[in-house]
Ligand binder design. Structure first.
Ligand code: ZN
Length: 505
C-alpha cells in the first residue's frame, strides 16, 4: 500500500528532527568545550564532535531523503506558498541539494585542509608571518572554488558560497547597496576624524568589579526580555550564543576589570541573538519553520539590541543611574552626555572585532572585496597582504604595520569560511531598517526606553521575525516587515543623526 504524500511528509519531518537533535547534542558539547571542559579533554571532545557531525551528515544525506522530498512535494500543502509544509520542503530541499552536490572526497579534503590550515594560521598570526599561511590559503581557495562550482551549477561561484550563510543572496544585489554604504561611510568617518570633539573614554576603563559587571549584565539582559529560566550566562574567551534547543539558550561573555564596554555590550549583543533563539516556535523545532532565516538576520537581532538600543541616549537615561549604584567608584558624578559619548566613540583602528559602529562596516566591505577577488581569481593569495594594506588605507586612512594586525587577524578564511563576512554588514543594514519600522509602529520608542520599557520592542520582534522561522528568505522578510526592499539609507540616516550630533559634523 503506497503512502500518501502527507504520510511521507510526516516521515521526512521525523527524520530531519532527528538530525537536528544530533546537531543540538554537538552544540551542547561545543558550549561545554568553550566554558567548563578541562583543557586535557580536548582530544576526546574532538572525537565526540566528529562522531556526531558524521552521524548527522550521513542521516541527512541518505539517498532516501531525496526520495521522501520528491514524494512529499506531491502533497496538497506543498502547493500553498508560505505554508509550513511548503517552507519546510523548500528549505530542506535546498540544504539537501547543497549537502549532496559536493563529492564526498572534496568534503573530506576540505575538512582536512581547513583543520590543518587553521593550525598553521594560529602559528602564522602569532609570528605575524603571512608567508607561512599563504600556500594554505591558496589551497583553500582552490578547494572552495571546486565546492562552489559543484553547488552553483554554472552560476556565480561566490554566490554559491554566500548562499551557505545568507540563502538566496547574490553579489549582484549586494554590490550597489554596499557601494552606496561605502561612499557615505568613508565620508562620515572622514568628517568625524576632522572634528575637534572627542569623548573621554577613560570613564569606561576605571575599575569595574567583575561580580558587579556580571550582575548588572544579567539584570539588563533580563530587562530586555531574555528568559533565564530558559537560558544561562557563562564565561568564555570569545563571547557567543548557542541555541541548544527549546528552553535552553546559552549566552557567554568575558570580563575585564578595566573594560566596562567589552562585557556589557557583548552580553547585550549575545542576548539579542538569544532573544531570537528563544522566540522561535518550539513546535517547529528541528525544521526550517523553527529555525533562523540566515546569519545576517540573526546578526540584525544582536546588533539591534547592542547598538540601536544599547548605545542610545534614551537607554542610558534609564540605566546610567542604576549603573552608578552598581559601580559607585567608577561612575559617581559621571554625566549622562559624557557616558553616552564614551560608548559611541568613532576612531579608525586596525582590528575588526574592536571596531566601533561606524568604522566596523568598512572593515567588512574590505573583506567582501578581497574574498570575492580571491574566489574569482582576480587576486592571488600571495598578493593579499598588499591588497589588504592598500584597502585599509583607502577606506580607513590607516595601514597595518604587520600581518597580524592586517590580513591574518580573522579566523574565517583559515577555516574555509568565504562568503561569511558580508552577513555582519547585512546584519547592521537589516537592524537599521527593522528598527526604523519599529519606531513608526510602536509609538515613541525612546520614551519607552527612558522608562525602562523594552518589552514592546522585544514582543514586536518576536511577532514579526522570530516566530516566522524561515517562512521568508531574508530579502523577502525585509519587505514583509518593513514594506520595502533592503536599502542602505536607514543605516546611513541613523548614523549621520547620531554621530552628527555627538561630533557636531
Ligand atoms: Zn553576533
Amino acid at each position: 500500500m503506497p503512502r500518501t504524500p502527507d504520510e511521507v511528509y510526516t516521515d521526512l519531518i521525523r527524520r530531519v528532527k532527528a538530525v537536528a537533535l544530533l546537531d543540538s547534542c554537538g552544540a551542547l558539547l561545543h558550549w561545554d568545550q568553550q566554558t567548563y571542559m578541562p583543557s586535557r579533554g580536548s582530544e576526546h571532545r574532538a572525537e565526540q564532535l566528529a562522531l556526531l557531525a558524521g552521524l548527522a551528515h550521513a542521516q541527512f544525506t541518505a539517498p532516501d531523503i531525496g526520495d521522501l522530498l520528491s514524494e512529499a512535494a506531491l502533497g496538497g500543502g506543498a502547493g500553498v506558498p508560505g505554508s509550513s509544509v511548503a517552507v519546510n520542503l523548500r528549505e530542506i530541499r535546498r540544504a539537501y541539494d547543497r549537502a549532496t552536490r559536493v563529492p564526498r572526497k572534496l568534503v573530506e579534503e576540505l575538512a582536512r585542509t581547513s583543520a590543518l590550515a587553521h593550525d598553521i594560521w594560529v602559528e602564522a598570526r602569532r609570528a605575524s608571518d603571512f608567508a607561512r599561511f599563504s600556500p594554505w590559503l591558496a589551497k583553500l581557495v582552490v578547494l572552495k572554488r571546486e565546492e562552489a562550482a559543484a553547488v552553483a551549477g554554472g552560476g556565480v561561484l561566490y554566490d554559491a558560497l554566500l548562499d551557505e550563510y545568507e540563502p538566496g543572496e547574490t553579489v549582484e544585489r549586494l554590490t550597489p547597496i554596499f557601494d552606496e554604504l561605502r561612499t557615505a561611510l568613508v565620508d562620515l568617518v572622514g568628517r568625524i576624524a576632522g572634528s575637534p570633539k572627542r569623548p573621554d573614554t577613560s570613564i569606561l576603563h576605571r575599575a569595574y568589579p567583575i561580580a558587579a559587571q556580571e550582575a548588572f549584565g544579567r539584570t539588563v539582559a533580563a530587562a530586555v526580555g531574555f528568559d533565564f529560566q530558559g537560558g544561562r550566562l557563562d564565561v568564555t574567551a570569545h563571547p557567543f550564543c548557542s541555541g541548544i534547543g527549546p528552553g535552553d539558550t546559552r549566552l557567554t561573555t568575558r570580563y575585564n576589570l578595566h573594560d566596562f564596554g567589552d562585557a556589557f555590550f557583548s552580553i547585550l549583543h549575545e542576548a539579542g541573538h538569544g532573544l531570537y533563539d528563544q522566540g522561535l516556535e518550539s513546535e517547529h523545532y528541528g525544521t526550517p519553520m523553527g529555525e533562523a532565516v540566515s546569519l545576517g538576520i540573526h546578526e540584525s537581532q544582536s546588533r539591534l539590541w547592542e547598538n540601536f538600543v544599547g548605545r542610545s541616549r534614551a537607554f542610558w537615561e534609564y540605566w546610567l543611574p542604576r549603573a552608578q549604584e552598581a559601580f559607585p567608584e567608577a561612575l559617581t558624578g559621571v554625566a549622562l552626555d559624557a557616558f553616552v559619548f564614551a560608548v559611541n566613540e568613532v576612531r579608525p583602528s586596525l582590528i575588526r572585532v574592536d571596531a566601533d559602529e561606524a568604522t566596523y562596516n568598512l572593515h567588512i566591505l574590505l573583506r567582501f572585496e578581497l574574498e570575492r577577488a580571491l574566489i574569482d581569481g582576480g587576486l592571488s593569495a600571495a598578493d593579499l597582504p598588499e591588497a589588504w594594506a592598500d584597502g585599509m588605507e583607502r577606506l580607513l586612512g590607516i595601514r597595518p604595520p604587520d600581518d597580524a594586525q592586517g590580513c591574518l587577524q580573522d579566523v574565517h578564511w583559515s577555516g574555509g569560511s568565504f562568503g561569511y563576512f558580508p552577513t555582519y554588514t547585512l546584519g547592521n543594514l537589516y537592524a537599521a531598517q527593522f528598527f526604523a519600522k519599529a519606531r513608526t509602529e510602536l509609538g515613541d520608542l525612546e520614551e519607552q526606553f527612558r522608562r525602562g520599557e523594552f518589552l514592546p520592542l522585544k514582543v514586536w520582534l518576536n511577532r514579526k521575525i522570530h516566530r516566522e522561522g524561515q517562512r521568508h528568505r531574508a530579502a523577502d522578510l525585509v519587505v514583509a516587515v518593513t514594506g520595502e526592499p533592503l536599502s542602505p539609507l536607514h543605516l546611513l540616516r541613523y548614523m549621520s543623526d547620531k554621530f552628527g550630533a555627538l561630533y557636531a559634523v
